[in-house]
Design a protein around this ligand. Sequence first.
Ligand SMILES: C[S@@+](CC[C@H](N)C(=O)[O-])C[C@H]1O[C@@H](n2cnc3c(N)ncnc32)[C@H](O)[C@@H]1O
Length: 401
Amino acid sequence: MAKKSIGKAAKKNPRKAGEKPREARENAPGADRGLGEDLLASRLEEPLEGTWDTLSWSKAFGHLPVMVDQTMECLNVKADGFYVDCTLGGGGHARAILERLGENGRLLGLDVDPEALKWAQAWGQGDKRLSLARLSFDRLEECLREKDLGLADGLVVDLGFNSRQLFDQKRGFAFSLNGPLDMRLNPSLPITAGQIVNGYPEPKLSEIFWRYGEERSAKKLARLIVQRRDREPINNTLELAALVEKALYRPGPKPKIHPATKVFMALRLAVNGELEVLEKFLAQARSCLTLGGIIVIISFHSLEDRLVKLSFRGETVENADPLDGLKTSGKPAFAGGPKSKKGHFHKAKQERIITPDDLKEAPKPQSPYRLLHKKALVATEAQIMDNPRSRSAKLRAAQAV
Ligand SMILES: C[S@@+](CC[C@H](N)C(=O)[O-])C[C@H]1O[C@@H](n2cnc3c(N)ncnc32)[C@H](O)[C@@H]1O
């Protein structure tokens, strides 16, 4: 997830004095995430086929959908259209699409987590317009072809994990809940976070923390992890969180976000190959859409958002302007780790890597999309109040041309 939100709404709705950032708040032990902790805990134990009529379906699943109104506005659902929700989760976006579809419309819902699909079978029971598949969205093109489904009028991708996954301690996503170091969104994936932490060579560990977590002390952390695991393995989330806290301790005021936040995020991205999956999906997305079809992507991490932005402009990481992104965010052009804006420009100039003339001469790539908005949309103040998770969401939408 992105480290900080930069949208207007977020600016208008700054944290109150002394209030911790969202990730730290949500991860705090006993935090009320707006869903009623007791209720959620009991839900995780119960089978999904219960009666949830007193709560909305999303609340019952334990995940509130993000920026549904904006997503629907962009999609402009056609009654007889064919849509794909690539990341079903609790089904908030999927149900909003179904509400707008007529009886000849179709919706394909994908997720890699069997819990999300089991849930969708419960809420979507008897709806002939809905079909489901347990599939990673980077295999969408193949799925449409094999199932002979035709091209889609709209694709929705709401990246990352759902809150139910986050708060299920057996899954090991939260650093404040004791659980195994798992972090697989798809329980069939071969590698867990524990295998990475206890088995990967030190340079590889360091690269993960640097590249995915933009963690400045990546090398030191990797070294301390290796020293610790040489004595005894790191067995669970709390042990890892405590080790990170100790390793990254700096005297002075307490850091605003828990030091383990970035490390857990980096491990999650590595375990699930999330950036690689997104890149692979983006490379095929246009071929899955009809002419005029709409793609909407909601991301929570600056690296993900950058991939989406480039792809919608017809660029890839390889052919992108390497100084782009620095101009606005001060972040490295791609996952190269944290560098200062000033330092990066200075180095590029000194080494004459790229000159303004080079950029002028480079042919502009042809985009297969028309952007629906120049800048990413962010959640409204009211949406952030209702669902703090939406604070770091960025929505980009484009039309296939
Ligand atoms: C943020 S949630 C989606 C929430 C959903 N839009 C809703 O309204 O409830 C992201 C979901 O994407 C799923 N997911 C993550 N990576 C995936 C992938 N490669 N393919 C399909 N689903 C994926 C996760 O399991 C999770 O349920």
